[in-house]
Design a protein around this ligand. Structure first.
Ligand code: HEC
Ligand code: HEC
Length: 388
């Protein structure tokens, strides 16, 4: 059967290579992934793999230990080269030629990355294993994958952090009967020319909001999508954030820049975002921001810590909770609108497609109680989570 796609970029996180271990490489997992990649390449798809390094080192963790960000990210880039070399070897062992290319030149170890070299290998049926990220600190492997996808004119970018998902994705590259599982692909090209209007629109263009945020299909996904930001956040919070952005999601490597906006610019942006970037799914004022009955709040707290174990990914109490995967929720009651939280809990993917927030088909009652509990979390800025 002829391949469905001509050329694909596969983003492989370092974590996918560690199998059940806590770090490093798991030989069985590595061989299995290599065999899948080799099979996809044998079927005639040109495959470029962008490897991450999180199984050895994560820049964000280094930065937490006091290593400055640029240096921590450089260590992370070296980790991707280690994975790249291991993967190159495993793919060749699986019977398919492969070449590791590093965006950070280290000619004694492997070929430096260039578009020309990568296209040359791909054209010869070799799997191109792309290490070193973009070659610059401050950019994640996701960005590396998007960049290489565009540069190498790939038809599709596959993104899989789990091995099973990756296998499914690779197998469907060659299968005409099935579409690729949604959630495993990211669009290889920008899809819209959306332009916001008026003074706020001008500010957003001048300040390049689209270089990090997607709004109405335009922009890049380095930061959270803002298309429905107006339904999600409270006015005072948004104003304060634009003035002095703090950390919301500890796991995000990138930070929102501080633009030194004037108060009038901040008001323009806030008014515009609140008025225009609204989901049709609900009215942002349909639930109160405070005044929930104590019993309901208590019930929500129980659900948070016991039934749903939300603290595995979130922090509400900075003294005991250890969840760094999702945003810190110490101030969520001053940040988000109650209907956003409620609808988020009922069906997170309807608000942010592809988010890893688990969808639990939660009952209305549980979602209301959790919303009540979270709306009481109005901690001051000082309480922001710090990793120890
Ligand atoms: C260099 C990249 C970058 C640029 C440019 C940028 N942002 Fe951000 N922004 C971020 C990141 C990263 C976050 C997420 C911060 C976090 O979660 O800790 C963010 C978060 C936000 C949030 C909060 C989102 C939420 O979760 O509620 C808003 C609102 C926002 N940005 C608005 C803007 C606006 C308006 C502009 C243009 C004036 C802009 N950003 C430009 C990187 C950027
Ligand atoms: C597997 C980890 C995980 C678990 C478990 C989890 N969350 Fe989340 N949560 C996330 C991530 C990741 C995000 C950020 C999503 C995004 O920005 O796309 C998030 C975002 C949120 C948000 C903010 C949404 C926003 O727009 O900023 C709320 C509120 C939330 N979670 C509540 C909960 C509650 C309540 C529970 C327990 C019922 C829970 N989460 C369990 C990972 C998790």
């Amino acid at each position: 059967m002829p391949p469905r796609w001509k050329r694909a970029v596969v983003k492989l996180s370092g974590e996918a290579l560690m199998g059940n271990q806590t770090h490093g490489l798991d030989q069985g997992t590595l061989d299995r992934i290599a065999a899948d990649l080799a099979a996809a390449a044998k079927s005639g798809v040109e495959i470029a793999v962008v490897v991450g390094g999180g199984n050895f080192f994560r820049g964000i963790q280094g930065a937490d230990k006091g290593i400055d960000r640029a240096r921590a990210d450089s260590i992370g880039m070296l980790a991707t080269v280690m994975n790249g070399l291991a993967l190159e070897h495993a793919i060749e062992k699986a019977g398919q030629p492969a070449r590791a290319l590093s965006a950070v030149p280290m000619p004694y170890v492997c070929q430096p990355y260039s578009r020309q070299a990568a296209l040359n290998h791909l054209g010869k049926g070799r799997v191109a294993v792309l290490a070193g990220g973009t070659g610059n600190p401050f950019f994640t492997t996701d960005t590396g994958a998007a960049l290489r996808g565009a540069e190498l004119s790939c038809d599709v970018i596959l993104k899989a952090t789990q091995v099973d998902a990756l296998t499914t994705a690779l197998l469907s590259l060659t299968d005409r009967a099935h579409d690729l599982p949604s959630g495993l692909t990211v669009p290889a090209k920008p899809v819209s020319n959306y332009q916001p209007a008026g003074k706020a629109g001008q500010l957003m263009t001048d300040l390049n909001c689209f270089s990090c945020h997607v709004i109405n299909g335009r922009g890049s996904d380095l930061a959270p999508e803002l298309t429905w930001e107006g339904s999600s956040v409270q006015r005072a919070w948004l104003q304060a954030f634009l003035k002095n952005p703090g950390t919301l999601r500890p796991a995000l490597i990138r930070r929102m820049p501080r633009f030194n906006l004037s108060d009038s610019d901040i008001n323009e942006l806030t008014d515009y975002i609140l008025a225009v970037y609204q989901t049709p799914a609900f009215d942002r004022d349909s639930m109160p921001t405070s005044g929930y009955p104590a019993a309901q709040v208590e019930q929500g707290k129980q659900l948070f810590y016991s039934k749903y174990g939300c603290q595995s990914c979130h922090i509400v109490d900075t003294k005991v909770d250890k969840g760094y995967v999702g945003p810190t929720l110490t101030q969520v009651g001053s940040r988000l609108t109650a209907p956003w939280i409620y609808h988020w809990l009922k069906d997170p993917q309807s608000l942010r497609p592809g988010t890893i927030e688990p969808n639990r088909n939660m009952s209305d009652e549980d979602a209301h109680a959790l919303t009540a509990f979270l709306m009481t979390q109005k901690g001051s800025g000082r309480q922001e989570a710090k990793k120890k």
